[in-house]
Design a protein around this ligand. Structure first.
Ligand SMILES: Cc1ncc(COP(=O)(O)O)c(C=O)c1O
Length: 397
């Protein structure tokens, strides 16, 4: 057999092993924050694409605007002005392949190896992984149900600076925080802006769940509370249409966009997708979001009811007003990380808290997503989770 070619001596010094991950699906999948496949607006997307193609499909013969389809940028800017009180022009916004790409290129533009970057004490895994990949020293800031604790934020920045560390930015998911589920209050947002302002640190706001509110009142974006260009903002269509669309956006001062863009590869986002999304925004997207949110509320209730029936008082959980998951706390010492793979093999998927923690603590927490399964499946699956954990003696039932 021919000997395989060896690339080892050819890889660049900065390259790392990072194989493309694949997502596994358990029978009861509470691990990843997917929407419900039954709710996806497939027919509407096809109709939207058809209308857009009839009008301007032949433009696909050209490479599109590097910042992404101008009409979609205009519609997103309008939506952000209307719903998130943001003063943003289509030209101050660029489209990216999901918000994940926007997050990645901003991290690269702002982070040198060894820099301290701040996040909430538990944070979206995708961001945490990207920060680590580019050498950031990620430090979590303590939170309560109202969001980041400004006193702890101030202490962490002061301590890190005293150690000679450069604190580069605070990344926050202020609306339906992933994984903790709370929404930061207006007062806290103002306090966080004040503390970071005092130390000259920008705020990197990830608002990808802002549309998934099924109860309570919206809280305005960080971006709308700042007039100095100190807030960088990302959003996404993944949670309101589907992750498979790979469409997100970045709003930032031009100098930040220019630097971040130097890390973008592959040219503009897909014009094919952008045409469908733009046309859908002009048509039924808002009604779809409302229907989706009603369905999410019912699923959240099914999960709350099932937890109440199957878990004793030693376990507590949040009841978020939107978003896709509950954050569940087991007694101190319970190790939900150790049994995660075995529980998966038995049919129930979840992510444990330590996975979201910059310091690796929190194995007595789990995040349970209710977006993808039906209410009946959620109800059944939570019962199954309780049964498996009980059998394994993970916590006193
Ligand atoms: C907080 C947060 N930000 C960003 C993303 C990335 O989403 P996408 O790249 O699909 O827009 C996710 C996905 O789960 C998320 O939870």
């Amino acid at each position: 057999m021919a000997q395989r070619f060896n690339y080892d001596s050819l890889f660049s010094k900065t390259s790392q092993d990072a194989p493309p991950g694949s997502f596994r699906h358990a029978k009861y999948d509470f691990a990843v924050a997917y929407p419900d496949p039954e709710i996806l607006p497939l027919d509407e997307l096809v109709d939207s694409l058809k209308s857009a193609f009839d009008r301007e499909g032949r433009d696909l013969a050209y490479y599109s605007d590097a910042a992404g389809y101008a009409e979609l940028r205009r519609l997103v800017a309008e939506k952000l002005a209307r719903e998130r009180n943001m003063k943003v022009e289509a030209d101050g916004l660029v489209l990216t392949s999901g918000s994940g790409e926007a997050i990645g290129i901003v991290i690269q533009a702002l982070t040198d190896p060894g820099d301290v970057v701040l996040t909430e004490e538990f944070v979206y895994l995708g961001t945490l992984n990207q920060m680590r990949r580019y050498g950031a020293d990620v430090v979590g800031v303590k939170c309560d149900d109202d969001g980041i604790l400004p006193g702890d934020l101030d202490t962490v920045i002061t301590e890190q600076t005293a150690k000679g560390k450069k604190v580069k930015y605070l990344y926050t998911i202020p609306t339906f925080q992933n994984p903790m589920g709370w929404t930061m209050t207006l007062e806290r947002r103002k306090q966080v802006l004040e503390v970071t302002g005092k130390h000259g640190i920008p705020v990197f706001e990830d608002d990808c769940y802002a549309d998934l509110r099924f109860e309570g009142e919206d809280v305005t974006s960080f971006h709308s509370l700042d007039e100095t260009g100190r807030v960088v903002y990302v959003g996404s269509f993944s949670k309101i249409i589907a992750p498979g669309m790979r469409m997100g956006y970045l709003v930032a001062p031009q100098e930040v966009i220019n630097r971040a863009w130097s890390f973008k590869s592959g040219g503009a986002v897909s014009q094919f997708t952008a045409l469908a999304v733009a046309e859908y925004m002009k048509g039924g997207m808002d009604q779809h979001i409302e229907a989706h949110n009603r369905a999410l509320a019912a699923k959240r209730d099914a999960m709350l009811a099932a937890l109440g029936e199957n878990f004793g008082s030693s376990v507590t959980w949040t009841a978020p007003q939107g978003g896709l998951y509950l954050w569940v706390k087991f007694p101190e010492g319970a190790d939900l990380a150790a049994v995660q793979d075995q529980v998966y093999e038995e049919g129930v998927g979840y992510y444990n808290g330590a996975q979201f923690s910059p310091s690796g603590e929190g194995a007595n927490y789990v995040r349970l997503c209710f977006g993808h399964p039906s209410a009946e499946t959620i109800y059944e699956g939570i019962g199954e989770l309780a049964r498996i954990l009980d059998k394994k003696g993970v916590f006193p039932g």
